[in-house]
Design a protein around this ligand. Sequence first.
Ligand SMILES: *[C@@H]1O[C@H](CO)[C@@H](O)[C@H](O)[C@H]1NC(C)=O
Ligand SMILES: *[C@@H]1O[C@H](CO)[C@@H](O)[C@H](O)[C@H]1NC(C)=O
Ligand SMILES: *[C@@H]1O[C@H](CO)[C@@H](O)[C@H](O)[C@H]1NC(C)=O
Ligand SMILES: *[C@@H]1O[C@H](CO)[C@@H](O)[C@H](O)[C@H]1NC(C)=O
Ligand SMILES: *[C@@H]1O[C@H](CO)[C@@H](O)[C@H](O)[C@H]1NC(C)=O
Ligand SMILES: *[C@@H]1O[C@H](CO)[C@@H](O)[C@H](O)[C@H]1NC(C)=O
Length: 318
Amino acid sequence: MATTTSCWILFYLVVASFGEYCMASQIGLGSRLLAREDRAWMSDNGTFAFGFTPEDGRDDQFQIAVWFAELPGDRITVWTARDSRPVTNNAILELDTTGNLVLIDGDTTVWMSNTSGASVQYAVMSETGNFILYDIEKYTAWQSFSHPSDTLLPNQPLTVSLELTTSKSASHGGYYSLKMLQQPTSLSLALTYNLPESYVNLPESYANYSYWQGPDISNVTGDVVAVLDEAGSFGIVYGESLDGAVYVYKNDGDEKGLSAASNRSTRLAVLRRLTLETNGNIRLYRWDDDINGSRQWVPEWAAVSNPCDIAGICGRRR
Ligand SMILES: *[C@@H]1O[C@H](CO)[C@@H](O)[C@H](O)[C@H]1NC(C)=O
Ligand SMILES: *[C@@H]1O[C@H](CO)[C@@H](O)[C@H](O)[C@H]1NC(C)=O
Ligand SMILES: *[C@@H]1O[C@H](CO)[C@@H](O)[C@H](O)[C@H]1NC(C)=O
Ligand SMILES: *[C@@H]1O[C@H](CO)[C@@H](O)[C@H](O)[C@H]1NC(C)=O
Ligand SMILES: *[C@@H]1O[C@H](CO)[C@@H](O)[C@H](O)[C@H]1NC(C)=O
Ligand SMILES: *[C@@H]1O[C@H](CO)[C@@H](O)[C@H](O)[C@H]1NC(C)=O
C-alpha cells in the first residue's frame, strides 16, 4: 500500500512538472509491461488502467485487462482479451517496434492485436476506458472498445457484429451472450445461452436459447448500434445519422437522450458499466460517490428480474 501511494505521489509530481508537455498517457513503440511487476498503463486522470491482472484471485496466473484503477474494493475489470489464455508471471506485453501489441509467455505468442502493417505510432489508455492504438494519421488502428468482453462502458458502441460474452464455463463450455438478434425484417437485442461446442450434433431441440429480448426495431436503414449513454440510458440508436432511438432502459435524469452518445475522450461525470454477469443476467451499475461516505457500485437496472427466467438456472433444461 505504501508503495502504491508513493508511486502515485511520484506520478503527480511528474505530471505537475511536465505540465502541458507531459505525455504520460502516450505509450510509445517498444514499451512493455511485465506480469511479475505491479505496473500498468494509466489513463490521464487515473480512472482506468491497462495491464496484467491476476486471474480469479490466483497469484500465478494473469490476464491482460482494463480495470477501474482508483476505486476501493475488489478490482472490476471492464475488458480482457477474450481469445487469450491465462499467462504465467513470466509473461510480457509489448507494443513492439512494428506497432503490434503482443502478449508473450515464455516462447509462445499468446495474443496479439495484428496491427503490424497498420503504421501504429503509439497507444493511449483513454479516460473513457478504451485502450487505443493510433496510426501516423491519428486514426484508430485497433481499440479495445471494438473487442468487448463482458462489459459495455458509456459511449462504447455495440454494433451488430459484436457481442458481450461471459467466459465459457470451465465444466461444460457453454456461455451467455448479449448481441443483436437478426430476424427477417427486424432485429432486437437478446440475451442468449450458447450451447457448448460438444452439443452441435445433438437434435434440433437443443438450440441456443434466447431468454430475454429488448424491443424490436423494424426496417431501418443505416447503422444500428446498442449503446449506454453518459446519463445511464441503454438502448439502440439507428439511422443514417444515428438519430433514431429505442430505449431498453431510460434513466430519469437523461435529458439529451441516447442519440447524443458519442465517443469522447474526457472523463465522465459519473462512472457506469453494463455487465453481463456469469449468471446470465445483464446489469447496469453506477458508482456511488455519495457525500455521506457510501462508495460502492449501485445496481440501476437489470434485464431479467426473475433469475429463474434465465436459461440453465433453477433446474430447467435450457
Ligand atoms: C489476430 O489474428 C489471429 C489469426 O488470424 C486471430 O486468431 C486473432 O483473434 C487476432 N487477434 C485479434 C486481437 O483480433
Ligand atoms: C450456438 O452458439 C454457438 C456459439 O455462438 C455456435 O457455434 C453454434 O453453432 C450455435 N448452435 C446453434 C444450434 O445455433
Ligand atoms: C418491413 O418491410 C417488409 C418488407 O418490405 C414489410 O412487409 C413489413 O410490413 C415492414 N414492417 C414494418 C413494421 O414496417
Ligand atoms: C467514434 O469515432 C470514430 C473516429 O473519430 C468514428 O469513425 C466513429 O463513427 C465514432 N463512433 C461513434 C459511435 O460515434
Ligand atoms: C482530468 O480531470 C480534470 C479535472 O477534473 C479535467 O478538467 C480534465 O478534463 C480531465 N481530463 C480528461 C482527459 O478527462
Ligand atoms: C445523506 O444522509 C442524510 C441523512 O441520512 C440524507 O438525508 C441525505 O439525503 C444523504 N445525502 C445523499 C446525497 O444521499
